[in-house]
Write a protein that binds this ligand. Structure first.
Ligand code: HEM
Length: 142
C-alpha cells in the first residue's frame, strides 16, 4: 500500500505520482545527473538508457515504499545496493549527493505544486533513504 507513512512521506509520494508519468521526466533526470559530473557520465557508458529509465522509476518507487514503512519488495534493492558497493561498481558517496540534487531539481521542474517546503521534504526523505541504501552496499547479500 502507498501512503501509509506520516508527512513528509505522504506529500513526497503525492508529488512523485504527479511527476512520474510526465513525458521526459526520467530522461531529464539522467541528462541533469550526467551533465553534473564527467565521472558520473562515464559510469553510464555502454549502459542501455532505455532500460535504465525503467530502473530509476522502479528504484524511486521502492525507496518511497521503504520510507512509508512497506518492506515488501525492497529485498531486490539489497542485491542492487551490493552491486553499487565496493565489491561491485564502487560508486563513491559524493555521486549520491548529485543523484539527490538531480532528482529533486527534476521533480521541481515537473511538479506544478512544487514549493520550498516540498523541496525540503524530498531532500530529507531521500537523504535518509540513500543512507539506508549506502548501508546496504556495505552489507553482504549472501
Ligand atoms: C539510492 C540511490 C540509487 C538507487 C536506489 C539505485 C538503484 C539502481 C538499480 C535498482 C539498478 C539496476 C540493478 C543494478 O544494476 O544494480 C541500478 C543500476 C545502476 N546504477 Fe544505480 N542506484 C542509485 C544510485 C546510483 C548512483 C549515485 C550512481 C552513480 C553513477 C548509480 C549508477 C548506476 C549504474 C551505472 C547502473 C547500471 C549498471 C548496469 O546496468 O551495468 N546508481 N541502480
Amino acid at each position: 500500500m502507498w501512503g501509509g507513512g506520516s508527512p513528509p512521506v505522504v506529500e513526497v509520494i503525492e508529488s512523485y505520482k504527479r511527476v512520474a508519468r510526465e513525458p521526459g521526466f526520467l530522461d531529464r533526470f539522467y541528462t541533469r545527473f550526467m551533465d553534473r559530473d564527467a565521472d558520473v557520465r562515464a559510469r553510464f557508458q555502454g549502459v542501455d538508457m532505455a532500460r535504465q529509465r525503467f530502473v530509476l522509476s522502479r528504484a524511486v518507487t521502492l525507496l518511497l515504499q521503504h520510507a512509508s514503512g512497506v518492506t515488501h519488495g525492497v529485498d531486490g534493492l539489497r542485491e542492487s545496493a551490493h552491486h553499487h558497493g565496493a565489491e561491485g561498481m564502487n560508486i563513491p558517496a559524493y555521486m549520491y549527493d548529485l543523484w539527490i540534487d538531480a532528482l529533486v531539481e527534476t521533480v521541481a521542474e515537473h511538479d506544478p505544486r512544487f514549493t520550498p517546503d516540498l523541496d525540503a521534504s524530498w531532500r530529507t526523505l531521500l537523504r535518509r533513504e540513500v543512507a539506508w541504501f549506502l548501508e546496504m552496499t556495505r552489507t553482504p547479500d549472501h
